[in-house]
Design a protein around this ligand. Sequence first.
Ligand code: HEM
Length: 298
Amino acid sequence: MSRVTTRSSPSHPAPLDAGTRAARAAGNAGEPTVEFADATPYEQYVGVRQLQALVRPVTEHPAEPAFLVVTQVMELWFTLLRREWELAQRQLRADDLDAAIGSIRRSVHHLRSLDASWGSLLWLTPAEFNGFRDQLGEASGFQSYEYRHVEFLLGLKAESVVRPHRGLPVVHADLQRALAAPSLEDDVLAYLARRGLPVPAAVLDRDRTVTHEADPAVTAIWAEVYADPRPGNELFALGEVLTDVAEVFTTWRQRHVTAVRRAMGAKPGSGGSAGLAWLERSAARVVFPDLWAARTVL
Ligand code: HEM
């Protein structure tokens, strides 16, 4: 059974055990508790006022709050993905494959919700976007550092995307560390090597600061794993859940491109790029290339 750490502080609700919970429910005659001396425990836990204080549109345009909130919600999904994949890395390093597959599987559900969030923005017309766009200045999702952590964990690495964050030393140092650190795929390959599979030393020791390319020897390993596609083949299950991650993440990027095409056509981006053409190139980068290449050789 996993151990759960509980904390108690002015910003956390006081813990409640099952016995006390049952006694309260009996005392309340089945109704919820409605008397609290302080902010409700829900407020202490969720921090609704703090969340609301962060929803600060820069114009009065009625389309802007949805744009801002969807962007903030997506940032939270990025943070959650990062947590799941960093956890999966620790589980792989401990040779706990079942737990790692569980964490990655959870992340696929988060990715689907992240992707579904586009639904709240697809109504945005060019005239509506123009109604508040100028006031965003040079602000662009290109400057999202949580998104960069997500990309780095997926093996999409580039030093150039770390540079915008030099003005925030803590964020910059964390991203620089992540650039040079193993991606989720690096940890998967190290795990396969520990299981005796012939991952080349050059792949295990590769420069982690650059985007991974498919490697014929690694592609051959996945092809071998995929030759036995039974649910009981745990490496096949690992390959499939990683393929789900790659697929849904790619879908999110493609839907971003479509949202951009719809809201601003081929005009230049706020972040200084050519806009659509630049994004299309960026979205074409392949996540977990060996897993896709294996399908060609099978
Ligand atoms: C329909 C509304 C949106 C438009 C028109 C738009 C536009 C753009 C453009 C033009 C770029 C290229 C960089 C530049 O600004 O020059 C970009 C990049 C980016 N945007 Fe958006 N965006 C929209 C919504 C969002 C939302 C809601 C998010 C969520 C956080 C987001 C995240 C990103 C990210 C992560 C990048 C960098 C992509 C990469 O490096 O491949 N965008 N966006």
